[in-house]
Design a protein around this ligand. Sequence first.
Ligand code: MG
Length: 194
Amino acid sequence: MQLILTFVAIYCKFEFIIMRKTIAIDMDNVIADIQTNWINIYEKEFGVRVKKEDLLGKPEDDAFPDAVAARSLLYKPGFFRFAPVMEGAQEALQELQKDFDIYIVSAAMEFPTSLFEKYEWLNEHFPFISWKNIIFCGDKSVIDTDFLVDDHLKNLDFCKGVPVLFTAGHNINVTKHNRVDNWVEAVDFIRTNA
Ligand SMILES: [Mg+2]
């Protein structure tokens, strides 16, 4: 009996050691700099340059002079395909990938035309993320990872793991959850709390 218990204990410990924790990572305003992209395209289309400071603390599309026009840009071909990469995101994800299973999770169904653009964008900028680790969905509450890095409360409030609020202009006044301002802080927070 003692021998069996010893084997069970060793097995359980081994299982514990090899189990990698999981991280779900949002795309827009977390690894893709959608805000900068939005400002640039809005100026190109409508001739008005909106300052990043003017967007602070406001819902994303409402912050533009013409909210309806701003939102219409999200449905235009190319909007998501040519967004810049968030500073430090590539290095951070490669670093985290050494010890964690990383999943890119985007509620892309809200903008169906974005699906393939986002997939191509990930292939170009994050080729080290397998297609098996990309989840395009409608509602992130079904995601059951140990961490969720996201810029929206609608996702973080319902996440099953540890919520990590990635700072974006629209969430600057949010006081809930664990805030990180950039990818250096995000890696540090996840490593500290894993
Ligand atoms: Mg987002």
